[in-house]
Each structure stands twice: as C-alpha cells, then as structure tokens.
Design a protein around this ligand. Structure first.
Ligand SMILES: CC(C)(COP(=O)(O)OP(=O)(O)OC[C@H]1O[C@@H](n2cnc3c(N)ncnc32)[C@H](O)[C@@H]1OP(=O)(O)O)[C@@H](O)C(=O)NCCC(=O)NCCS
Length: 190
C-alpha cells in the first residue's frame, strides 16, 4: 500500500520521535522479520508461550499486512522496539468499522522498552497518518486481558463501543473502542 509522506517534517503537530532516542517511521520490506519479533516478544510476555497458536501465525505474517495496510515501527538505534498497523477503510484487511475509520491493529512494544511512552507515540503517529489520509476516526479491538493497552486507549480518549465487541475465543472478549480524530494533546510526565 502506498504510504503518504510520514517524515517528521511532514506534520509538525505529530510527536514523531517524542520518546528520547526513538524515531517512528513506516516499515520497510526489510523490517518484516523484526516487526514479527517485536510482536511475538510483546504478546508472549502478555499471554505466555502457548494458547494462542493460531493468532501467532497471523502475528508473524507481516508481509501481507505491509502489502494491504500501513505498518509503522518505532526504532531506537538500529533496533525496532515497537510497531503498530493502520488499516484504512479501503484495505482488503478492513473489517467495515466505518467509511472514514482507520483500524488500529498489532500495537506492540518490546517488554524491555515499555513504560517510556513508545506505545503512546506509536498511537499518535498512527493518528497523524490517518488524518493525512483524510480519515476522521480510529477504531480497534483489544482482548480483555491486555490491561496496559486498555489504560493507554483510555488515556488517549478512546470510548468503548460495546456494539462492536466480538468473541475471539470461548472465554475471551475483544473489546471495541473508537475515538474521533484528532487525539487530545499529550500528557506531561514529571
Ligand atoms: C500496550 C503496549 C503497546 C503499551 O506500550 P508502552 O510503550 O509501555 O506504552 P506507554 O509507555 O505509552 O504507556 C505505558 C505506561 O507508561 C507510562 N509512561 C509513559 N511514558 C512515561 C514517562 N515518560 N514517564 C513515566 N511513565 C510513563 C504511561 O503512563 C503508562 O502507564 P500505565 O501502565 O500506568 O497506564 C505494551 O504494553 C504492549 O506491547 N503490550 C502487549 C501487546 C498489547 O497489549 N498490544 C495491544 C493489543 S490491543
């Protein structure tokens, strides 16, 4: 999928690189393996090594996501430390959450880099990208047990959309959230 100009100078309002020594940029084909590594490390830390074998295959398939959506990476030094995928409503991967809605998928930050604002910076970069694509809203699903992610979405002003909730396993509900763009200004940490 063609990625619009997402260089730091393309949108002065977007806090690209707001986390010290971390830059956010669109993923290149050569990043595919690193993106999969980051996702698998982060989900494995959250869920443990087993019980999500089917999803593990989907998580590892960065090539098809890069073809049909826009994958961003957070990079520190030469290392990919985080990622998020933005799915425009016209993508074949879109699940029909709205004609002006960007879907957020596969947000992850490696455990050793969590708690520094990288997850939030990726969400803000994704929001800036969605706005440049002319979209008005972001929407996502988040499994019930991913508590840090639920807190992040709450901080960014996402609201619950129970009508779009879906069961992803016999005991697991993926909770839906939506948020009109732009996002609220970033908090200041002491
Ligand atoms: C959800 C996830 C991406 C968040 O990444 P992250 O980089 O840790 O996110 P942030 O650093 O922006 O926020 C995490 C915490 O650090 C705090 N924080 C951020 N920057 C900070 C700073 N400069 N100083 C102090 N605290 C800070 C935030 O307030 C937040 O606090 P909380 O946990 O009490 O809510 C990460 O936990 C992850 O990969 N989880 C597993 C996968 C997952 O759940 N993905 C979402 C699927 S829907």
């Amino acid at each position: 999928m063609t990625t619009p100009d997402t260089s730091p100078t393309a949108n002065q309002e977007s806090p690209w690189g707001a986390v010290p020594e971390t830059a956010i940029r669109p993923a290149l084909p050569a990043d595919g393996r690193e993106v999969a590594r980051v996702l698998l490390e982060a989900y494995e830390a959250a869920w443990g090594p087993s019980g999500w074998e089917d999803y593990r295959v989907e998580v590892g398939d960065t090539a098809s996501r890069m073809r049909d959506s826009i994958v961003l990476v957070a990079e520190s030094g030469a290392l990919v430390v985080g990622t998020v995928t933005i799915v425009p409503p016209t993508s074949r991967l879109a699940s029909g959450l709205g004609p002006c809605t960007a879907e957020v998928r596969m947000l992850a930050v490696v455990p050793s880099r969590q708690g520094r604002g990288t997850g939030e910076a990726l969400m803000r970069a994704g929001a800036g990208l969605a706005q440049r694509l002319g979209l008005e809203e972001m929407a996502l699903h988040c499994d019930d047990d991913l508590r840090p992610a639920h807190r992040l979405y709450g901080r960014l002003g996402f609201l619950r959309d129970p009508a779009s909730d879906r069961w992803v396993g016999p005991d697991m509900m993926a909770r839906a959230y939506r948020r009109m763009l732009p996002l609220p200004p970033p908090p200041s940490y002491p």
